[in-house]
Design a protein around this ligand. Structure first.
Ligand code: S3P
Length: 442
């Protein structure tokens, strides 16, 4: 069951409510991109609020091993990057280990396609099962040469020294990782590289490229750039990750008597599906002190508990809340009335099959949860508690930790070490605001 030799467990006692002020760690998507673009820029980039999770550290180490001088992260999340320019990377010694991080592997596939040298990228057990054809196919049509396993999974060998040609790519899946991979390869391609997306996805790559002085055109669902430009170093203030804040939004919504303030949360409109869906369920969320920090909108979010109601989740909101469904399923399990999700087959190819793994976990806790090919049907009530296997998926583990706030019996969550990929310090922070969680090794 466990992917690592020891099984880190979360043991969560039922009850409690959430109070106080919390700043969750930095945004994972923005932290990855800050290292990538900072490394390829001309000049020194200063990053603050960097997420010191294992995923982003994989990206950081990859660029270090390609000769980029990167200082930090310091304890308070400062990173200083001496950019080497788009053509200044050196051949790494050995493979680039992307750990659990799909974002690193997919975005780097695009960037590495434009280099003069070969790179081999590997990942952990979960990443080694995830689909990469979604990036290797469009990149190959630009002239890249990437070897994968027969089924299109990692490890990936990206051959260097290829001449890339700009393409237009009509994306079959709404994926920011695919969009970003193609656009980043486009920096090295001749002419125009463009994509159309079937639904809006997170636009951090486009925003940050513009922050580094690189022209990117967005016209509705059509995004394009010209190859052959350059990136100019800039400073990046990474907001708190709305995907990490989501667990606390759900926890404070379901746990009676809660009143929690989440500070400095990134509220980029391509990420706020969690807020919209919780509001449709009747949640009491106040978006306060809206401001813009380094090209990204930020706010404080006050969450007070309320009785949620089950809903049919609008499909248009799925890509805008793609990482938040494990937490939302927990919210649905304590709502009044049925919740139905459709149009979310992408959840089956995340760090785990989040439809199946969440359904199994909810069932183990006594809840009627029926997986469907592209979603789930949750009939709330009877959340007793029990033992849940997170399958090494950080977001599954953190979601069930919040569920204990309203469960009737303790919840034991297995295989939780990967919470460190996106949310170092989760247990301490959750305990500080009122979750009755401790860790154990089994
Ligand atoms: C991410 C995009 C999303 C998301 C992932 C991070 C990104 O993946 O699930 O956690 O940083 O671009 P898809 O774009 O494949 O949906």
């Amino acid at each position: 069951m466990s992917h690592s030799s020891t099984n880190l467990q979360f043991i969560v006692q039922p009850g409690g409510s959430l109070h106080g002020n919390v700043r969750v760690p930095g945004d994972k998507s923005i932290s990855h991109r800050s290292i990538m673009l900072g490394s390829l820029a001309e000049g020194t980039t200063h990053v603050s609020g960097f997420l010191q999770g294992e995923d982003c550290l994989c990206t950081l180490k990859a660029f270090r091993s390609m000769g980029v001088d990167i200082d930090g992260p310091t304890d308070d999340g400062k990173v200083t990057i001496q950019g080497v320019g788009l053509h200044g990377l050196k051949t790494p010694v050995g493979d680039l280990d992307m750990g659990n991080s799909g974002t690193s592997m997919r975005l780097m596939s695009g960037l590495m396609s434009g280099q003069a040298f070969d790179v081999r990228m590997t990942g952990d057990a979960s990443l080694s099962k995830r689909p990469m054809k979604r990036v290797t196919v469009p990149l190959a049509s630009m002239g890249a040469a990437i070897d994968a396993t027969e089924t299109g999974t990692p490890p990936l060998l990206v051959h260097g020294g290829r001449k890339l040609q700009g393409i237009h790519y009509d994306m079959p899946v709404a994926s920011a990782q695919v969009k970003s991979s193609v656009l980043l390869a486009g920096l090295y391609a001749e002419g125009t590289t463009s994509v159309t997306e079937p639904a809006p996805t997170r636009d951090h790559t486009e925003r940050m490229l513009r922050g580094f002085g690189y022209a990117v055109k967005t016209d509705g669902n059509h995004i394009s750039l010209q190859g052959g430009g350059k990136l100019i170093a800039t400073d990046i203030d990474v907001p708190a990750d709305i995907s990490s804040a989501a667990f606390f939004m759900v926890g404070a919504s379901i746990a009676q008597g809660s009143d929690l303030l989440l500070e400095h949360v990134g509220i980029n409109p391509t990420r706020t599906g969690i807020i919209d869906i919780l509001k449709l369920m009747g949640a009491n969320l106040d978006i306060l002190n809206e401001r813009e920090v380094g090209g990204e909108p930020v706010a404080d979010i006050r969450v007070r508990s309320t009785q949620l109601k089950g809903i049919q989740i609008p499909e248009a909101l799925v890509p805008l809340a793609i990482d938040e469904f494990p937490a939302l399923f927990v919210a649905a399990a304590f709502a009044e009335g049925q919740t139905v999700l459709t149009g979310a087959e992408e959840l089956r190819v995340k760090e785990s099959d989040r439809i199946q793994v969440m359904a199994d976990g909810l069932l183990a806790c006594g809840v009627d949860a029926q997986p469907t090919p592209d979603g789930i049907i949750i009939n709330p009530g009877n959340f007793t508690g029990g033992t849940v296997d997170s399958h090494g998926d950080h977001r599954i583990a953190m979601s069930f930790a919040m569920a204990a706030l309203c469960a009737k019996a303790p919840i034991t969550i297995n295989d939780c070490a990967n919470v460190n990929t996106s949310f170092p310090g989760f247990v301490e922070l959750a305990a500080r605001v009122g979750v009755r969680v401790v860790t154990a090794s089994a």
